[in-house]
Write a protein that binds this ligand. Structure first.
Ligand code: GCO
Length: 465
């Protein structure tokens, strides 16, 4: 095997999770309710009526899970901190037991030789803040700053890599426009306002983390969509520009360039006057980043209309994305799909890394999420045999290696996910883990893909199959 098959020396191998998806213990030790506890309790919001209990009971089982991380030869573990554990009311009194949990977790990770990579917000906003408007309320950005300062003061001597937000597009648009995530609203102006306040919170939190004086690196985990025109028509190209603007550039331009894209503001002129943007906000949002996290799963194809297309391949007519013309649509390409129905196309990972490398001024890039859901079960031999997942990881990691060899500053990769977990509106029905979890017994079984990944993480070479 040539060295061209090897990731560079020092390439970081990790796996990722998020607090609400794995911790369980939703009322333990003073944790307050989050918007996801509230949303999941509403009828019909989460498949099967699943909630954040029991998840993977990681709150209690983290020592065992860290042992499994070592078995996978991981160099780092990306997790998120539950704001409602630290500040149960969203602001004000700190819940020391909440801080103590993450203190124990970080110490145990370091003891095991793993770098702790912490995300400050992976969607579990304290419910009390939602009651005063949540992310549509500008004060929430300042509360996020204060929460981030508390956490960074407590853990910043040991946590050197921080992500302020995970996927602000999901938190704002899925939660406030599409209505399929907490808080379950369907309002374009709310979504755009929430997006801005999330970005403002990112900027304020970045400043707060750096103000602690700890030698921290700060980034964000962003799910930049790979949006492609379905056909060669001008209408499809126009749809792709418009979708890309409101799905991607409305986030990356403020964070990486300190401006909102003019074409997007024009596209949305009839939706909002953007009066939620105050003087100085963009300077606050445009903090220099030390790295950018890239979450990638699948590309998206769009068309100016469904005319002439196979209706079975078309979706989204009427409101394919915020601001879309009613006739603009998403078009599936008939590629193999995962259990999420997401088309499998590793070229999208190369494309998104190449694009963001060009937009982020040469800072380090990390794939902070990439992985797939397939239907898993424990076989009679006690193993979980998941060749499809190994195929997905190998094909995407080969695209990542191609990016590295093209000079893109990709420094590490976090598989999504370490453990099967609560997949938001899909509940526990979708399994993304390298490790299978039986939610009845909480038994963990390392899947064949986890064993494959362990070999890769140990050698930085693709295992023979
Ligand atoms: C996301 C979130 C994760 C998901 C994963 C699979 O990217 O949506 O960061 O929490 O579970 O991506 O959808």
């Amino acid at each position: 095997m040539t060295d061209q098959e090897r990731f560079p020396e020092g390439f970081l191998w990790g796996a990722a999770t998020a607090s609400f998806q794995i911790e369980g213990a939703t009322t333990a030790d003073g944790r307050g309710p989050s918007i996801w506890d509230t949303f999941a309790d509403l009828p019909g919001t989460v498949l099967g009526g699943d909630t954040g209990e029991p998840a993977d009971d990681h709150y209690n089982r983290y020592p065992e899970d860290i042992g499994l991380m070592r078995e996978l030869n991981l160099g780092a573990y990306r997790f998120s901190i539950a704001w409602p554990r630290v500040l149960p009311q969203g602001s004000g009194a700190v819940n020391q037991a909440g801080i103590d949990f993450y203190d124990r977790l970080v110490d145990a990770l370091l003891e095991a030789g793993l770098q702790p990579w912490a995300t400050l917000y992976h969607w579990d906003l304290p419910q009390t803040l939602q009651e005063s408007g949540g992310w549509t309320d500008r004060d929430t950005a300042e509360h996020f700053r204060d929460y981030s300062a508390v956490v960074a003061e407590a853990l910043g001597d040991r946590v050197e890599n921080w992500m302020t937000l995970n996927e602000p597009w999901c938190a704002s648009f899925l939660g406030h426009y599409h209505g399929v995530h907490a808080p379950g609203h369907r309002d374009s102006v709310e979504a755009l306002t929430a997006a801005h306040h999330l970005l403002l919170g990112h900027g304020l939190a970045t400043q707060a983390i750096r103000a602690t004086g700890h030698p921290s690196r700060v980034g964000m985990a962003h799910n930049q969509a790979v949006i492609r025109p379905h056909g060669a028509s001008a209408a499809d190209a126009r749809a792709a520009r418009r979708a890309d603007g409101v799905r991607n550039r409305i986030f990356t331009d403020p964070v990486l360039k300190g401006v909102y894209p003019a074409d997007v503001k024009a596209d949305l002129a009839e939706v909002t006057d953007f009066s939620f943007i105050k003087d100085g906000d963009l300077e606050t949002i445009h903090q220099p980043l030390d790295f950018l996290g890239v979450n990638y799963y699948t590309p998206e194809w769009v068309a100016g209309s469904a005319k002439g297309l196979d209706p079975a391949t078309v979706s989204g007519e009427g409101s394919a994305w915020l601001g879309a013309d009613p006739e603009e649509v998403h078009v599936s390409q008939g590629l193999p799909v995962t259990h999420m129905g997401w088309e499998i196309d590793p070229t999208g990972l190369f494309d998104v890394l190449q694009r963001l490398a060009g937009e982020s001024g040469g800072i380090d890039l990390y794939v902070t999420e990439n992985g797939c859901a397939f239907e898993d079960s424990v076989a009679d031999d006690g193993g979980v045999h998941d060749p499809d997942r190994i195929d997905y990881y190998e094909s995407h990691l080969r695209a990542a290696l191609e990016a590295v060899r093209a000079g893109i500053p990709l420094r590490g990769y976090f598989a999504w996910s370490l453990l099967d977990n609560f997949e938001w509106a899909w509940g526990y029905s979708r399994r993304f883990g390298l490790i299978h979890v039986d939610y009845e017994t909480q038994k963990r079984v390392v899947k064949d893909s986890g064993k494959w990944y362990a070999q890769l993480a140990q050698t930085s070479r693709f295992p023979n199959r």
